[in-house]
Design a protein around this ligand. Structure first.
Ligand code: PGA
Length: 258
């Protein structure tokens, strides 16, 4: 089964418009020089720099992702950004349900579900983030937490094309901590999620949907994580802010066996 690996850089609240342009032009150059297997690449700058990133990537296949979205199409929602506005800024993807949004901004499975539906309606691809906290893992709840987040987040979506959905398994205890999940820990949860997709959608969806791993992915652990059967790429935070590190992580994904 061949799922093209996808590496997404989540910049969080970092980089000005100028820094974005410089980074994206450099990234475009560096990736043109890379050889070996195909990998898809995207970066998720802050809202203010989305259009600048999209412009810098013109003429390449590198995509732009937003870090969040609101589910209404337009209207009186001061401070929010809709899926059509993201499409207009040049986005292909939007991250939803990131653990920082769940922790600090009241994101929950229900809002994630509304956001996923709204993105799909606008022709954008949701990158649905989920993952258990340290307490939940220690309490033996990792599987039940990610199951609930997947079932609720994807409720009533009726997705048919595997390319229309990305899932990112990000154990909260691994985000920004330097404590990466072991390849085996990532694999066992991600294989479980793939089985769940079969039940929720279809065997073809389970086969084709890409499931990324996120949480302290670095140049020196990217290849071993990607070697796992059900790890189809990475959502990279801290290490994606440095072009060289990010390029090395992409290179690591190119070694993935089909
Ligand atoms: P990290 O962040 O790579 O810095 O751990 C990952 C994420 O938050 O998506």
């Amino acid at each position: 089964m061949s799922r093209t690996p996808l590496i997404v850089g989540n910049w969080k609240m970092n980089k000005t418009i100028k820094e974005t342009k410089d980074f994206c032009l450099r990234l475009k150059n560096e990736l043109t020089a890379q050889k070996n297997g195909p990998v898809e690449v995207a970066v998720a700058p802050p809202f203010t720099a989305l259009a600048a990133a999209a412009e810098a990537f013109l003429g390449s296949t590198i995509a732009v992702a937003a870090q969040d979205v609101f589910w209404a199409e337009s209207g009186a929602f001061t401070g929010e950004i809709s899926p059509p506005l993201l499409a207009d800024a040049g986005c292909r993807y939007a991250v939803i349900g990131h653990s920082e949004r769940r922790q600090y901004f009241g994101e929950n499975d229900e809002s994630v579900n509304k956001k996923a539906a709204a993105l799909m309606k606008a022709g954008l691809i949701p990158i649905l983030c989920l993952g258990e906290s340290l307490k939940e893992r220690q309490g033996g709840l990792a599987f039940s937490v990610v199951e609930r987040q997947t079932r609720e987040g994807l409720k009533d979506l009726g997705v048919k094309n595997p390319a229309d959905l990305i899932i990112a398994y990000e154990p909260v205890w691994a985000i920004g901590t330097g404590q990466t999940a072991t390849p085996q820990q990532a694999q066992e949860i991600q294989a479980f999620l793939r089985k769940l997709l079969r039940e929720l959608f279809s065997p073809a969806m389970a086969q084709g949907v890409r499931i990324l791993y996120g949480g302290s992915v670095k140049p020196d652990n990217s290849a071993e994580l990607m070697a796992m059967e059900d790890v189809d790429g990475a959502l990279v935070g801290g290490a994606s802010l440095d072009v060289q590190f990010f390029v090395e992580i992409v290179q690591g994904a190119r070694t993935k066996k089909k």
